[in-house]
Design a protein around this ligand. Structure first.
Ligand SMILES: Cc1cc2nc3c(=O)[nH]c(=O)nc-3n(C[C@H](O)[C@H](O)[C@H](O)COP(=O)(O)O)c2cc1C
Length: 308
């Protein structure tokens, strides 16, 4: 375990983190897959891969393609389902000396509620992060997260089924993030995280076929960072609940942009595919930044952006 000079702790809502750097959902497995390469306990927390009520095989391959300064994925939320998760993965979470957040999703309101309820038996999980970027099967496939009413309905449904703090993860694939942020705050979310991936597409000009089996996918990595930062800034200035910044964060400098813009914590995703210790390097970089500038408490930087 590393030790740092700066007080890197952040508190937001009901969560207490030893530092503000979390692993983003879907990029750090269930924590155990990476344990031989990187100790999750050195991060402020990890958000686990998305879990649904039933196991899902996901989309046909290819599922990942590189893009300029990023990658496009169409995994299709493949996962082992909540029952196997509780049986096989949760016991291993006990070894982790950090905050563990489960990421959940469903294709109907009932599915979201059912997954949340099943996870109540697991005290190892501190909070739930709700992915609302999934298509609502009952409503003809439109993503829950693109509509304020439906975003609020999912939030309420999860809250009705859990005593854990609920973080709602917003989709960037909307014209205006503010009404959605407001809707989930009013519905009772403890915090919001954003952004999920931005919809994109790549074509192979030799075969004239899409490069992903699913045709379109979600863009992540440094290419999306300025968009994520803009949306985090807008959300911070719209809601009173804490905001977690996600999108293209690779270095401590990147993380600082989000914290200064008002994010209470950050998540690191795609960078972990390049370096499984990316999140830990960022924690160290935050300590160095503060040390060099005589800042004793990292929390003092949060929201210190000067616009005028
Ligand atoms: C391969 C892959 C799988 C992902 N799986 C999930 C998931 O299961 N649930 C979720 O809410 N977000 C998922 N995401 C989105 C990330 O958590 C994150 O929001 C996004 O990639 C932007 O951050 P980044 O640029 O640091 O990767 C996934 C991203 C990638 C690249």
């Amino acid at each position: 375990m590393e030790s740092y000079i700066t007080d890197l702790r952040v508190e937001f809502g009901p969560l207490r983190l030893k530092n503000p750097v979390l692993a983003a959902s879907g990029t750090f497995g269930y924590g155990d897959e990476f344990s031989h390469l990187s100790d999750p306990s050195d991060m402020g927390g990890i958000v686990l891969k998305g879990i649904s009520l039933r196991p899902r095989a996901g989309n046909p391959p290819p599922r990942i393609v590189e893009t300029p300064a990023g990658m496009l994925n169409a995994i299709g939320l493949a996962n082992i389902g909540v029952d196997r998760f509780l049986e096989e993965k949760v016991p291993r979470l006990r070894e982790m000396d950090t905050v563990v957040i489960a990421n959940i999703y469903g294709h109907t309101l009932e599915e979201y509620g059912a997954v949340a309820r099943r996870l109540e038996v697991a005290p190892e999980i501190t909070a739930l992060e709700v992915n609302i970027s999934c298509p609502n099967v009952a409503q003809g496939g439109v993503a829950f997260g693109t509509d304020p009413g439906q975003s609020a309905a999912v939030t309420r449904c999860v809250l009705d089924n859990t005593d854990k703090p609920v973080i709602v993860k917003l989709s960037p694939n909307v014209t205006d993030i503010r009404p959605i942020a407001r809707a989930v705050e009013e519905a009772g979310a403890a915090a919001i995280s954003l952004i999920n991936t931005i919809t994109g597409m790549v074509v192979d000009v030799e075969t004239r076929r899409p490069r992903l089996g699913n045709v379109t996918g979600g863009l992540s990595g440094p290419a999306i960072r300025p968009v994520a930062l803009r949306m985090v800034y807008e959300a911070v200035n719209t809601v009173n609940i804490p905001v977690i910044g996600v999108g293209g964060i690779v270095t401590a400098h990147d993380a600082l942009e989000f914290l200064i813009a008002g994010a209470s914590a950050v998540q690191v995703g795609t960078a972990h595919f390049v370096d499984p210790r990316a999140g830990i390097h960022i924690v160290k970089g935050l300590d160095d930044y503060c040390k060099e500038r005589g800042i004793g408490r990292l929390g003092d930087l949060i929201g210190s952006l000067q616009v005028n």
